[in-house]
Structures are given as C-alpha cells and as structure tokens.
Design a protein around this ligand. Structure first.
Ligand SMILES: [Mg+2]
Length: 358
C-alpha cells in the first residue's frame, strides 16, 4: 500500500478558550492509503492534554518515516499490522488506523458501523461547547450555537485561571439561559486542585449540572492520577468522567472503579481499533461513554461518529465550528449526529463553495 500525507488548516468560527489556553486555528493531516484500486483516508493532528503534547509536524515525520515500510504490506488483515501500529504515537496511529478502516469500508462498500452491526437509531444529541470567557461572551456563544442547531445539551468549560468564583458566575449565567429540557454539563479540563473540586462538585450538583469531566490535572504517575479520582468518589451524586487521564484501554481499566464514565477521543486513544474496544469495554463495565474531540475536522468526526451508537454523551461538535473544513462531518438531524451511510468513515470532500463562512 502507498501512504501519502496532506496538511490542511482548520480555522474556528469562534475561538475556544479552556483552562489551558485558547485555540483559533490548527494544522491537521489527511493520511491517504492507496492499494489495489481502493483508497482510504484518515485525519489526525497535534493536541495537548497538559501533561502530554503532540505536535502535527512530529506526527507527519513519524508517518513519513513509516511510508517505505508500508510499500510491501496490504491494508488487510488489520491484525497483521498491529505490531506496526503499536510502534506509533497515539495521534500518528490514529491517522493510519482511520485510513486503514476507511480502506476496509470502501473495499466492502459498507460504512464501518454496519460492518460492526451497530444501530444508528441509538444515537442521542451531541453537546455543544461553551469556552471560558466573560459571562456575556459565553451567553453570546450559546445564542450563536442556537442559530445553528437546537443545542439541548450544553457543555460549559470551567477551571478558569480567574478562579472558582468565575466558574460559579459562568454556571449561574448559563443556568439562567437554559430552556426547558436543556441539559448542562461541565468540563474543568484539570483546572481545579483537590480542595476546589471538593467544594465545586457538590455545588454543581445543587445547580442541576448533569456531569463533571476531569476535575483534577492529569498526572503521568498512574497511581497518583488514579488516587485523585478515588479522592473524589462519592463527593456528589453526579457522574464523574475521566478525559485527559484516560487515553487507552489500560487507563480505562485503571480508572473504572473510581469514575462513572470516560471520554474517548480518537487521536488520544490511537484510532477506531482502540476506540471500539474501549467503548464496548466501558459499557460492559457499567460505565457511560463520552465521545469527544479536539479541534478536529469533519473527516475525524465522521470516523468518531461510527461509534456514536455506543455513546451516552456525544461531544462531537468541533467540526460545527469551522470555517474552512475540506471534509463533510457526520449526518445531523437537529443536534443528533449519526454515522453516514456512505462507505468507510462516511465523509467526503466538500466543494469549496459549500464551506461555511462567518
Ligand atoms: Mg474534556
């Protein structure tokens, strides 16, 4: 098989600020695999969880170095490629894994969720994200989302560098703007210390917040990272979700006794192979699955959407906030995203004229 890469820019319609900083645009890679008359595409790019960071140039260099080794290999069976995939960083593995899965779906002329026998009618509404900022700006962002889609599930970023009083002001402002039936969830992105988390989580539960993601900073010391979640167990009767601390199946098994759910992101776990395994395992263990994104485009989120029938808390809104995405995202009805019925990942290149403009 022949591997080639293309870089492209993704510019956000509205920049997103979280506890670690703000993002207005990113550079991502399209990973293209050609073999025996069929083509598979994947998308990947750099990201930063606070304790681990990957840069798009380094991911491109990893994949470029791999290309000559792929020349003599075939995209199927995927099992034969597992040692090679395991040698890559998670985001480089994700790009290749997605292109291999897309090639497989194209070859059989079926979308992946159908090859896995998942049920698209099980998909539920995605959350839309409100970044950190002044309350008036955060409410203006909510109004902008509501012009685009129903926005019944709202995810508010907390962990403000301005402190927990600012977090509380944001929660109260957004609560005041909720409509009947809307659900509010929060993501601290590791921005709290243990004392702040102990104070905030019961207060958030009193405010009717539905769940809290990653209260404490993720740690490379796995035992210390697990101890942080264990110290928050039972603090409040709302689901506690691990995101930056949970990269792969091993993290899921480590954290399972201490959390109610995990946030799977394809660039973090290394693609659809690990993502499907994690989603199935989490459900079997009685945990809820969130499926999230970084500044990912329509091709990456179309891949993620193939798992949405297994997901309780979809959080796949990044492609809905892009000005120049070259690829189409998942199917959307209102604020419910579903995997496309087209083969493979189900995405397709958008004509330039169709791209959203601000
Ligand atoms: Mg998160």
């Amino acid at each position: 098989m022949r591997l080639s890469l293309r870089r492209f820019r993704l510019t956000k319609a509205v920049p997103l600020a979280i506890s670690r900083g703000s993002t207005a645009a990113v550079e991502h890679l399209v990973v293209q695999l050609d073999h025996d008359g069929s083509r598979g595409l994947g998308e990947t790019g750099g990201f930063d969880t606070g304790h681990r960071a990957y840069d798009t140039d380094a991911i491109a260099a990893e994949l470029e170095a791999l290309a000559p080794r792929l020349e003599g290999l075939e995209p199927q069976p995927l099992q034969a490629l597992e040692p090679l995939l395991a040698s890559l960083s998670p985001p480089a593995r994700c790009g290749l894994d997605l292109a291999l899965h897309d090639w497989w779906g194209q070859r059989w002329n079926q979308p992946l969720h159908r090859l896995w026998s998942l049920d698209p009618s099980a998909c539920v509404a995605t959350s839309v994200t409100l970044g950190l900022g002044e309350p008036s700006a955060v409410l203006a962002r909510l109004e902008r989302w509501r012009l685009q889609l129903p926005a019944t599930r709202i995810k508010l970023k907390l962990g403000s560098p301005d402190g927990s009083e600012h977090d509380r002001a944001l929660v109260q402002a957004v609560r005041g703007a909720l409509r009947p039936g809307d659900l509010l969830q929060v993501d601290a992105n590791g921005g709290w210390d243990l004392a702040t988390a102990h104070a905030m989580i019961p207060w958030l539960a009193e405010q009717g917040v539905a769940l809290v993601e990653q209260p404490l900073a993720p740690l490379n010391d796995a035992a210390a990272d697990t101890a942080g979640f264990a110290a928050l167990r039972g603090v409040a009767p709302i689901p506690l979700i691990a995101d930056e601390s949970c990269w792969d199946l091993a993290d899921l098994l480590r954290l399972a006794p201490h959390v109610d759910g995990i946030n799977i992101k394809l660039v973090k776990c290394g693609g659809l192979g690990e993502g499907l395994l994690m989603a199935r395992t989490a459900r079997r263990l009685g945990l809820g699955v969130m499926l999230g994104c970084y500044s990912d485009g329509g091709l990456l989120n179309s891949a993620g959407a193939q798992l949405l029938p297994l997901v309780r808390w979809p959080d796949l809104d990044s492609h809905l906030n892009l000005l120049d995405d070259p690829y189409e995202g998942p199917e959307r009805q209102g604020d419910v995203l579903r995997p496309s019925p087209r083969p493979g990942l189900g995405s397709q290149a958008l004509p330039l004229a169709n791209r959203e403009v601000s």
